[in-house]
Write a protein that binds this ligand. Structure first.
Ligand code: ACO
Length: 328
């Protein structure tokens, strides 16, 4: 059984924070943020919205584009690091969608989450276990940003994106993939747990707390991305028996325009093939790839049969790439 990606959708909050707005919050400027990152705005979840609702909106669009009904979905994989509930939000999304025949679970791999989710979905399809799988990438990192830390708060935004994958018998549109982790660098990017000791009885003490805001070794993450992303795309291309010339579109995790430019340059992919929208949304973590894909498909840039190379990278550290042909 092969895999086809037949529908996409996205959702972003209506509330927008510009670089100028940020310069009233921390010591920064539109000029610094734009030239170092390419970001001009970010959309931030309103106080009455939830991750599950953003996911549901994105998923409904993807299911509609695939000309399916929620009841046709067999499996929902929600890639997120910011679930509404630490036990996971995928089952709530299944309920909101009324995807009553689907099993649903969360997958946590930070900004690699969508690519890891897509590859996981394809394993269930290829083995014939499930036929129709919804993969959602979504994050509300604004919940976990320290809004007084100018080194991180300028980077992130909120959003959700989704794709519908379906089994096909005569070919496979997931052409190649590769995934990696390097836990040695686990402290490069974190939303770490922090608790305090609480004695429940003599000789029995537990630790209870919450998560600290995002911390990041920005330069280390930058160096890691520029080195590992071209490598992993080349590995995925090799498995697909393709070269960079066969790529119609490059969609990287939207972390920083300078990272995207450096990777495209190293791979010798011309800028007109590179899809970016981080000027509008910032780094939306697991949502960034399906969000950019959805915009490009709806703008008519990506057409059925086009070869898309995509790569996610981030906390873990983790990174991965998937090369796929869009459509049936
Ligand atoms: N406004 C103004 N000045 C700032 C700001 C800001 N927002 N942030 C940092 N600075 C200052 C620093 O304090 C420093 O000042 P100093 O020289 O007086 O000490 C100076 O600017 C340079 O700081 P650097 O950190 O060296 O700046 P750099 O050019 O490396 O850019 C950046 C920082 C944009 C964070 C870059 O390192 C980067 O993009 N790294 C990758 C980050 C990334 O992609 N993270 C997401 C991964 S995905 C995931 O899993 C969530």
């Amino acid at each position: 059984m092969g895999v086809s990606i037949i529908g996409c959708g996205s959702a972003t909050p209506t509330q927008v924070m510009t670089n100028d707005n940020l310069s009233h919050l921390v010591e920064t400027s539109d000029e610094w943020i734009r030239t170092r990152t390419g970001i001009q705005k970010r959309h931030l979840a309103t106080t009455d919205s939830s991750l599950s609702e953003l996911c549901t909106q994105a998923a409904q669009e993807a299911i509609a584009m695939a000309r399916l009904a929620p009841g046709d979905i067999d499996l929902i994989i929600l890639a997120t690091s910011t679930a509404d509930d630490l036990f996971g939000s995928a089952a709530k999304v299944q309920h909101l969608l009324e995807a009553n025949n689907a099993v649903a679970f969360d997958l946590t791999a930070a900004c690699s989450g969508f690519v890891f989710g897509l590859i996981t979905a394809s394993q269930f399809i290829r083995t014939g276990v499930y036929e129709t799988v919804l993969v959602i990438g979504a994050d509300i990192l604004s919940r976990w940003v320290d809004w007084s830390d100018r080194t991180t708060c300028v980077l992130f935004g909120d959003g959700a994106g989704a794709v519908v994958c379906q089994g096909i018998t005569d070919h496979d549109n997931l052409l190649g993939f590769a995934m990696y982790s390097d836990g040695q660098q686990h402290d490069a990017l974190n939303i770490g747990y922090h608790g305090i000791e609480k004695q429940l009885k003599d000789g029995l003490t537990i630790n209870q707390g919450t998560y600290k805001p995002i911390t990041m070794k920005g330069r280390d993450v930058y160096r890691f991305a520029v080195e590992k992303v071209p490598e992993v795309i080349e590995k995925a291309l090799f498995k697909a028996q393709l070269t960079t010339d066969d790529i119609d579109w490059l969609i990287l995790h939207q972390a920083n325009q300078r990272i995207i430019d450096a990777v495209a340059k190293r791979l010798k992919i011309p800028s007109h093939k590179v899809i970016t929208n981080l000027d509008e949304y910032g780094n939306t973590s697991a949502a960034s790839i399906p969000l950019a894909l959805d915009e490009a498909v709806r703008q008519g840039k990506i057409k059925s049969g086009d070869v898309v190379a995509t790569s996610g990278f981030g906390a873990g550290l983790s990174w991965g790439a998937a090369i796929f042909r869009w459509g049936i």
